[in-house]
Design a protein around this ligand. Structure first.
Ligand code: 13P
Ligand code: SF4
Length: 302
């Protein structure tokens, strides 16, 4: 164990801290994490974990959600500038306009969103529970924010609902194209295509499986196939290779790196544990309002 990792282990004990990491962060950070997972799993862990401090290696909406769910815990982020651009791609004015248009509207908010957007929403979802939650809502009219691609994927599976889409997107996932996929498929014809629902429709149309980051990892792990084309951020490669050392994974596109997720480093984890810097704060008013859709998600996804 190197000195830095030893120091982190010591600091974790002293401060009663745990490290949570999303599958998209650097391999070295996933190696030192106590819990690694997709957004839904990490939100659940953040609520249930018995520790005084959470170091959240992800992007700001994840740290913010952890704080909203745990006002009495200290939530630290290795790099406060790690933000998800998609989290800002919806407008409160548009939500209000839609509420004026439809009496029975439910605003369904992908967890990749700011706390402010959550304050104006009825229920949060992640890519692993969106279909289940939207299906069980009593409302016919749904405004799905901010991700258009995940919203369309949900809408296709629930044709009985009127799902209104919003024009948000993830620049990492929309960089993957059907042409990329066809070129890799030509080279590796036996490979199965596993895609995250944030990908464009033309990519999802070619997928053998569509699911969240943990869905993709579980599918590849349980499958008898030996080769896979992965349409999501490259960080999932760490868990895919750890669990499946004999299988082959090829990543679609050339821009499959989320620069924000990659801002998390082992050095920064050590620094925030030592100094207590980069604490996440959410005002009481925002916290109480944004807790409602987050709590509803945790309840409905069970
Ligand atoms: P998951 O919920 O699948 O982990 O996705 C999070 C994310 O940011 C996708 O880009
Ligand atoms: Fe946001 Fe895309 Fe990065 Fe996920 S991969 S955090 S959606 S920018």
């Amino acid at each position: 164990m190197n000195e830095l990792v030893k120091e982190i282990e010591q600091l974790k004990k002293e401060k009663n801290a745990v490290i949570l990491a999303h599958y998209y962060v650097n391999d070295e950070v996933q190696e030192i994490a106590d819990y690694i997972g997709d957004s839904y799993y990490l939100a659940k862990v953040a609520r249930e974990v018995d520790a005084k401090t959470i170091v959240f290696c992800g992007v700001s909406f994840m740290g913010e959600s952890a704080k909203i769910l745990n006002p009495n815990k200290t939530v630290l982020m290795p790099d406060m500038s790690a933000d998800c651009p998609m989290a800002h791609m919806a407008q409160v004015e548009k939500i209000e306009e839609m509420r004026g248009k439809y009496d029975d509207l439910a605003v369904v908010c992908y967890i990749n969103s700011t706390a402010e957007l959550k304050c104006h929403s009825d229920v949060c979802v992640t890519s692993s529970n969106a279909v289940k939650i939207v299906k069980s809502l009593p409302n016919k009219n749904i405004f799905f924010i901010p991700d258009e691609n995940l919203g369309r994927h949900v809408a296709k599976q629930i044709p009985e609902k009127n799902i209104i889409l919003n024009k948000g997107f993830c620049h990492v996932h929309v960089s993957m194209t059907a042409d990329n996929l066809k070129a890799i498929k030509e080279k590796y014809p036996k490979a199965l295509v596993l895609a995250h629902p944030e990908c464009k429709q033309e990519v999802l149309d070619l997928a053998d499986y569509i699911g969240s980051t943990s869905g993709i990892i579980n599918y590849a792990t349980e499958s008898d196939n030996e080769e896979f084309i992965i349409c999501t951020e490259s960080g999932v490669g760490y868990e895919l290779r750890t669990k499946n050392p004999n299988k082959k994974f090829y990543f679609a596109g050339t821009k499959h790196f989320c620069p924000n997720m990659k801002l998390n480093t082992v050095e920064k984890v050590c620094h925030v544990l030592k100094t207590g810097e980069n604490e996440v704060h959410v005002s009481d008013e925002t916290r109480l309002k944004s807790l409602v859709p987050l709590d509803k998600m945790l309840e409905m996804a069970k």
